[in-house]
Design a protein around this ligand. Structure first.
Ligand SMILES: [Zn+2]
Length: 152
């Protein structure tokens, strides 16, 4: 009974398998998922795997341009994470929350603008004109600087 083999499998500095390959118990070489699921990110991978499955994940990557992969993976991971937190609504609850917030803020802005123009009926009221559409593309709003008052 004397089996001495030092430390078992002590090759720590060899490339570790990514979380996806570790889950599938396969060697991680030339792996498209490695950048997005580094070793130690098993929970993140589990979330994605549970919602989409590895096969679909790879199919989705293959159907998109490689330069879009970071974005694809970001959204997929976000969705999977949201689904884990809220198994019923997933990220829809976040979308709804943000939509409600935009609506509320828009109403508040509208009200404020009404109050502003009601308070100072002097004509040149500094109206704030920011709508959700404009927020999405701030460069589209071009300011028109009016010099003085229009006279007849
Ligand atoms: Zn891998």
């Amino acid at each position: 009974m004397s089996s001495r083999e030092g430390k078992g499998g002590g090759a720590n500095n060899v490339n570790q398998a990514c979380a996806a390959c570790k889950h599938q118990r396969k060697k991680c070489s030339n792996c498209p998922l490695a950048p997005y699921f580094p070793p130690g990110h098993s929970q993140q991978f589990e979330n994605v795997h549970k919602l989409f499955g590895v096969g679909n994940l790879l199919k989705t990557l293959k159907s998109t341009n490689k330069e879009m992969w970071p974005t694809v993976m970001e959204t997929i991971q976000f969705q999977a994470d949201a689904r884990r937190v809220d198994p019923v609504h997933g990220c829809l609850s976040i979308v709804r929350q943000l939509k409600a917030q935009i609506e509320e803020t828009s109403k508040e802005l509208e009200k404020t603008n009404e109050e502003l123009s009601a308070e100072s009926m002097v004509g040149e009221t500094p109206q704030i004109d920011i709508k959700p559409k404009n927020l999405a593309q701030p460069s589209a709003t071009s300011r028109k600087v009016r010099k003085g008052k229009s006279n007849a």
